[in-house]
Design a protein around this ligand. Structure first.
Ligand code: BGC
Length: 684
């Protein structure tokens, strides 16, 4: 308990005092009352609420671990918590600062509920657009996801709880998720799927990871030495612990010797069975020590031994600040995708016909599964619009089930707004990218009757838009959380100028996606072949010259911007034994050329020499800048060594072949007006 010692030292001292039973107690959760816990716990009754619980060991002052879900607010049916927008919405802000605050709010509410291990964020790269957990993730780019993950993790951990980034690794589909085998080559693992986890360790200092349900290359994630030992421990130097996803442990000995530190939520493999395996000599006591150490070090580091947490699951953790923050995220995460003839922002005196599920509560304020949150309230879009429209202006509403009535009502109003949604949830992938039910027909019917039709999408991922040319405006509002109606009305009426950008590509057609073959998704014979290799998301659209409907990085504003004066230095980087040394500084000026205050995201992509076999260009840096009308600001971006590297599986490291590297600067992956290049060569 000497706080002046390091976490490692305190762990050493503690481990010396612990019995085998006590170490094993740390290594699994408890789901039912038990009298069989080590060290004087006569009987342990898991407290209500938490989805995972590891009992305390009072003899040694080891605190209990209380685990709760939470990607968009505290989950597990907790009451009196804030429903934030889906993480995909937060990520659409392209603002790591916002993600940091997202983590702080989440961490504060978790801690305030008595949680000391917060399950989140979900950081896997979105490979399959139909993936049912797309809304929980940040999007399709590894570097981008890493930036967001590190920012959110730091936010969560700054408030008390240890964050648990998930799901490790290749958790890219829900179809057959308890058995699916991701067949993926080493280069792709290293360049696409590992980087968010790498950033979580390097920049986020995350305490725990959750290993996934799926297999990677034939072996279940939670007993996969290749990903747990070689990649996570040896390569990334992660010294925290890995817990299994709920029910993702499949063995005792294989898991224990291949890197799983903790079974969740129960002890089927890591209770009595683990003790017997140790006694039989199948698992060394030094291996048990190592697992216990990995759990204890983050607990010490995070101060769990030194703070008393008195709050309980029943506590009310809401606040006006958190309500306001939920709204801020929804506003900053809402993307303006189409705005013909500047139909938006709306005039407050325009009569409006509103369609879809916008009238009841909300079309869809959150996604389903373990990230579901009980919202304290939800402001419906209809209420939001009625509040912001001028007094006396007609705002009519119909759910849209009667298409003839809908088109009549649309024709009678100056503006028509159709709210459409998808129902995304953990456990299921969407069958396809179409809007379910009659929603496409509803849009077509309304747009046929009113040329000034706007579609608001409340989806967790991309959808097809067969009607896109028939409507004047399209907004992606994602799953916007409890402040739904207030946020969307603020965007529609221009109180907020949209500044969000897509963190994933939207395709034009069902077969124009990177994973359109069933061997890729949902897989054949239990195997999902990652045969697109590095060409995930926009990388695939670029490599195959396929035009997306809306590209990665894209989003409009009510003002306009111009980029100019690109300067890149130095023009040459030197190689030392295959590795590049030094960074490149990119400077560019951004001007707000319109007449409203707004924000633009400057994006830097690097294209490698053809011989490197990399996608045409990849996001390596970005920055968001706020500008008054007419204002110009300089923006600096740093391109580090990794920006000019690729993973060479034969050498097991990142290398930078010599040659010319292209640097593209712009405001989406498909709008890159400025261009420069550097060379990489041997040092002289
Ligand atoms: C999910 C995890 C979640 C866990 C506990 C699992 O089904 O995959 O993300 O943390 O349940 O609820």
């Amino acid at each position: 308990m000497n706080r002046s010692l390091s976490a490692e030292k305190r762990t050493d001292l503690l481990l010396r005092e612990m019995t085998l039973d006590e170490k094993i107690t740390l290594m699994h959760g408890v789901t039912a009352p038990t009298g069989d816990v080590a060290s004087g716990n006569q009987s342990v009754v898991p407290p209500k609420g938490y989805v995972g619980y590891v009992p305390a060991i009072p003899r040694l002052g080891i605190p209990a671990l209380r685990l709760a879900d939470g990607r968009a607010g505290v989950g597990n049916a907790a009451r009196d918590v804030t429903l934030l927008p889906a993480p995909i919405a937060a990520a659409s802000s392209w603002d790591p600062e916002l993600l940091n605050e997202f983590g702080r709010v989440l961490g504060q509410e978790q801690w305030g509920k008595g949680t000391n291990v917060a399950l989140g964020p979900s950081i896997d790269v979105v490979r399959v657009p139909e993936w049912g957990r797309t809304f929980e993730s940040y999007g399709e780019d590894p570097y981008f996801n890493g930036r967001m993950a590190a920012a959110e993790i730091k936010g969560i951990q700054s408030q008390g709880p240890i964050a648990d980034a998930n799901m490790y690794l290749t958790m890219n589909q829900e179809s057959d998720r308890f058995r699916a085998d991701s067949v993926v080559d080493e280069k792709t693992l290293q360049e696409i799927y590992l980087p968010p986890f790498e950033a979580s360790v390097r920049d986020g200092h995350v305490g725990t990871f959750m290993c996934a349900y799926v297999k990677t290359n034939g072996v279940y994630s939670c007993e996969n030495a290749d990903i747990l030992e070689r990649m996570l421990r040896e390569q990334l130097k992660f010294d925290g612990w890995v817990m299994s996803d709920w029910g993702a442990t499949h063995s005792t000995v294989d898991s224990a010797i291949h890197g799983l530190d903790q079974q969740m939520p129960d002890d089927t493999f890591y209770g009595a069975a683990l003790k017997s395996a140790v006694q039989a000599g199948q698992v060394n006591t030094s291996t048990i020590d190592e697992h216990a150490r990995r759990i204890l070090v983050p607990m010490f580091r995070q101060g769990l031994f030194d703070k008393t947490q008195t709050a309980t699951w029943e506590s009310n953790v809401r606040s006006p600040q958190h309500d306001a923050f939920s709204r801020k995220v929804a506003q900053e995460g809402t993307i303006l995708l189409k705005n013909d003839r500047s139909i938006l922002p709306l005039h407050a005196d325009a009569s409006i016909a509103v369609f879809g599920a916008a009238g009841s509560i909300a079309p869809k304020a959150e996604g389903g599964g373990s990230s579901a949150v009980i919202a304290p309230y939800i402001v419906s879009p209809l209420d939001g619009i009625r509040k912001d429209a001028d007094a006396g202006v007609q705002v009519s509403y119909a759910d849209g089930s009667d298409l003839a009535a809908a088109s009549k009502m649309a024709g009678d109003a100056q503006i028509a707004i159709v709210f459409v949604h998808t129902d995304e949830t953990e456990g299921d992938d969407r069958p396809n990218l179409e809007l379910p039910g009659n929603q496409d027909q509803l849009i077509t019917a309304v747009a046929g009757a009113n040329q000034r039709t706007i579609v608001v999408l409340d989806t967790g991922g991309p959808v097809l838009m067969p009607w896109v040319n028939e409507v004047s405006g399209v907004i992606e509002a994602w799953y916007p959380g409890q402040e739904d109606g207030n946020a969307i009305a603020a965007i529609l009426y221009g109180d907020v100028n949209p500044a969000a950008k897509l963190p994933l590509s939207f395709p034009r057609a069902a077969n124009e996606i990177p994973t359109s073959q069933k061997e890729q998704w949902p897989g054949v014979g239990g195997h999902s072949l990652y045969s697109e290799h590095l060409n995930v998301g926009y990388r695939w659209y670029d490599a195959t010259n396929t035009q997306p409907l809306f590209p990665f990085g894209f989003g409009l504003s009510y003002t306009t911007f111009r980029l100019s004066h690109l300067a890149v230095e130095p023009a040459k980087l030197e190689l030392k034994s295959g590795e590049v040394t030094g960074k490149v500084l990119v400077r560019v000026e951004v001007t707000n050329t319109g007449n409203r205050k707004g924000a633009e995201v400057v994006q830097a992509y690097v294209g490698q020499p053809a011989a490197n076999n990399e996608p045409p260009h990849q996001l390596r840096a970005f920055a968001k800048v706020q500008l008054e009308p007419g204002e110009t600001k300089p923006v600096s971006l740093t391109l580090d060594e990794r920006s000019f590297s690729g993973f060479d599986p034969s050498q097991h490291r990142w290398v930078s072949p010599q040659g010319t590297y292209e640097i593209f600067i712009g405001t989406s992956s498909r709008d890159l007006p400025l261009h420069s290049r550097i060379t990489i060569g041997p040092s002289r």
